[in-house]
Design a protein around this ligand. Structure first.
Ligand SMILES: *Cc1c(COP(=O)(O)O)cnc(C)c1O
Length: 489
């Protein structure tokens, strides 16, 4: 066997058995290794043991790695921005992965928490996060969500439109409160991987446009700033932007910061309005495959601080206090998903090429990203080492969709088969939080593994959970025995 012509250019062909079983630290959590017996371990606990105790599919989180990544952002950004603006507040974007334990880890590592709905807000509060350390996002917050945020006293409400600004002022006014408000602007900078593009106009649902009207009318951003600064019911904190995800270079963040700092200088000079805070959002990239080349937070922080220092010096303004909102860069790499292999088959694609399909016991219900975004992942044989030659394989799920792909392209040993465990790295973010019960599959458990051992933090759903909202069930006699145990593989 050799490289397949069907393989994408970025996919490295494993030249040796050790290549094929290599734990690449860029994609895997720090606590993951391959033990002497060839079985993958997390802090010394074998995945075979985890699968036996908790079943598969299983989301495994290296708690120490999560904490280390959270700390790295806080330390690196505070060091780089200390002189410029007195430090940085790091808001963990909880939409990427949120459980009460995860909220606690973020809090214990000195992070604040971003939420994007009443549900996320409620869970962060249950996780013990100080309301003053919580931000509430969302382009269409309900009155109930705004009320709750005001009632518990969140540190900031990130307002997305003029319409919402009015509503927040109204609701805060009714209770005689001052709502702490950041305004989300669209700076016309869209960053993706190694490049960013700049556009004057925005055609998207998020944020307040910074572009002036066709007849020279004030931009919605300027209108909102004026309103926020004048309203007795609003404590105007500052400006926010979020320019995309999977950003690997500081330049995109720098371009957005420059656009906002220039605006900040203008409103100070023209209207005497002081902006105290500037939030540059999240989107820090991670390695889903070896083709991705994320930078250490230190490098992003230092480059960005230098860019911003030059801009504030040129504009002659004080730099507002900076905040950032990393999500996947903290929660993605600590996680991997463990699946058990079931059916395998080889499909002849054309006269010269075949592809091996390896079906696992989960799929688009536990990780919808491949279906939603054509996202690439990698998979590795985790329960043993194989000498068999590498075959181009497609790891698929068990759902009734041909698009139900877990790993579109990967080389797996030819003899991978029923009962083997496959591990897919970098699945901590946007999997659990986006999971569904499609095809009535119970959602997987999450086990957190730290240096002190494994701990179940989300149990696997049972058949009873699947039926829990069936109002009609009370009227149906239980003629067939139901099991509540879906924990096995
Ligand atoms: C999604 C989101 C984030 C986090 O994005 P990541 O790519 O996970 O870092 C941060 N801020 C806002 C406003 C977001 O919508």
């Amino acid at each position: 066997m050799a490289r397949s012509a069907l393989a994408p250019a970025w996919l490295p062909y494993p030249e040796s058995v050790s290549d094929a079983h290599h734990i690449d630290p860029v994609m895997w959590a720090d606590g993951v290794e391959r033990g002497g017996d060839g079985v993958v371990t997390v802090h010394g606990v074998s995945v075979a043991k985890l699968a036996e105790d908790y079943g598969t599919p299983l989301l495994v989180l290296d708690e120490d790695d999560f904490r280390a990544r959270a700390r790295a952002f806080r330390t690196a950004f505070n060091a780089a921005f200390d002189q410029l603006c007195g430090g940085v507040d790091v808001y963990y974007a909880s939409k990427s992965l949120l459980t009460v334990d995860v909220a606690r880890w973020a809090r214990e590592e000195g992070l604040r928490v971003d939420t994007a709905s009443g549900g996320e807000l409620a869970l962060a509060l249950r996780g013990g996060v100080d309301p003053a350390d919580i931000g509430l996002h969302g382009n269409n917050k309900s009155d109930a969500e705004i009320h709750r945020a005001l009632e518990v006293g969140v540190g900031r409400i990130v307002v997305d439109s003029l319409d919402e600004l009015n509503r927040v002022a109204e609701l805060a006014g009714e209770t005689g409160q001052q709502a702490p408000v950041m305004l989300r602007l669209t700076p016309g900078v869209h960053a993706h991987t190694h490049d960013y593009i700049a556009t004057a106009h925005e055609d998207q649902k998020f944020g307040l446009s910074m572009a002036t009207g066709r007849n020279g009318e004030d931009s919605p951003a300027l209108e909102a700033v004026r309103f926020a600064a004048e309203s007795a019911s609003i404590e105007f904190l500052g400006l926010h932007c979020h320019i995309g995800s999977q950003i690997f270079e500081a330049a995109g963040f720098g371009a957005a910061a420059e656009k906002l700092l220039t605006f900040i200088a203008e409103i100070r000079n023209d209207a005497g309005i002081v902006v105290k805070e500037l939030d540059l959002g999240g989107g820090h990239g991670i390695a889903y495959t070896p083709a991705d080349t994320p930078r250490h937070p230190e490098e992003i922080a230092e480059t960005l601080a230098a860019l911003m220092r030059a801009v504030v010096d040129r504009l002659g303004i004080d730099c507002p206090r900076v905040s950032i909102e990393p999500g996947r860069a903290i929660s993605g790499p600590p996680g991997f998903t463990l699946y058990t292999v079931g059916v395998t088959k080889t499909v002849q694609v054309d006269d010269d090429h075949s592809r091996r399909y390896v079906a696992v016991d989960g799929g688009m219900s536990d990780n919808p990203r491949p279906v939603l975004y054509d996202a690439d992942y990698t998979a590795m044989l985790a329960s043993r080492v194989s000498e068999a030659s590498a075959t181009l394989s497609r790891v698929v799920g068990k759902h009734c969709e041909s698009g139900d792909i877990v790993v579109r392209d990967g080389y797996l040993p030819d003899d991978v088969g029923r009962g083997d465990l496959l591990a897919v790295p970098a699945t901590g973010a946007y999997t659990h939080v986006m999971s569904s019960n499609y095809n009535m599959l119970p959602r997987p458990a999450i086990v957190a593994v730290s240096h002190s051992g494994p701990r179940l933090i989300i149990r696997r759903e049972s058949e009873a959970d699947l039926f829990a909202r069936e109002v009609g069930l009370a009227d149906v006699p239980a003629s067939t025995p139901t099991t509540t145990d879906n924990g096995g593989s």
